[in-house]
Design a protein around this ligand. Sequence first.
Ligand code: SF4
Length: 360
Amino acid sequence: MPGVERRMTRQVKVRNVLIGGGAPISVQSMTKTDTRDREATLAQVLRLTEAGCDIVRLAIPDEDAARSLAWIRKHTDAALVADIHFDYRLGLLAIESGADKIRVNPGNIPQRGLKELAAACRANGVPVRVGVNSGSIAREILSRHGGLTVAALVESALQGVRLVEDAGVTDIVISLKATDPLMTIQAYREISNLTDRPLHLGLTESGAPRSGTVRSAVTLGVLLAGGIGDTIRVSLTGDPVEEVRVGLAILRSLGLREGGVEIISCPTCGRCSIGLDRLAGIASEVERGVSGIRAPLKIAIMGCEVNGPGEAREADVGLAVGRGRGLLFVRGKPVRQVDEKEFVKAILDEVRRIVPPEEG
Ligand code: SF4
């Protein structure tokens, strides 16, 4: 199978996570709690890292949030990014509090403040993400381009990069997100021809879980398959853990991430004796049961004994459902018949035999 040929970019380090320069593409998310509520925010950080999130961003809207970050820092080794707007002093405070990376839109921070922030970043080995969104492009750039265009997005991002470079920042990651998939794809393609800085991919406000997942998978999938992108975030209006699951699934589907459980389930048809809802329920329960497993594993849940066994045999653990019972396969071999009410348990038991909890 042909692999993705990735574009080479410079590398930056965010705590223990490398971005760019051929490093594995990392998955990011952002906490949705009020950062000042430190317990709730820490709990969300831990859920995200447990789900496989490599880098977690937190909004730092004020000094209390920055202080909260210092407390959170003491309780997790996760790579943490402080999201800073307008007030560069919050960036300084965030670095003091242990932020591993700062995300700014340089256009909304005065140059003197950027210089101080840059000095603190260099002294602490903290990279900066220049994050441009379609909604935050400077008015003069918009009017020069006659409104929001790909060129306006790219110019805004490059201008932001120049500002932080002039301020003295050396380790820079760029994002330029629009809400429109085609515009986002074209903007990233264009900027990847103009800079070798690592790129953080994402769509801004990508939407409710179903549409957001599709829009993100299409946008990020096209770019990643073309070798563009060093770190990704899927933005969804919902639980951030879902953002991580979708991000990992996108990477796995392109062979850009190994490990984790791949669940294959058939769409069902008139041959399926237990019906679509029940099969979908089983697949969801199994998915929840294996969500923390990082080892590479394939599970197949198939709706009948006609076409099901073939696929079930190809998986590490497979089930071909029959009438009231199902045939369980482990690594290609049929091992036993299982009662319908035991389907989920039987699959998870076999998974845990292959990947014991202490290894998973
Ligand atoms: S595996 Fe069986 S039930 Fe599922 S879609 Fe194929 S034929 Fe239909």
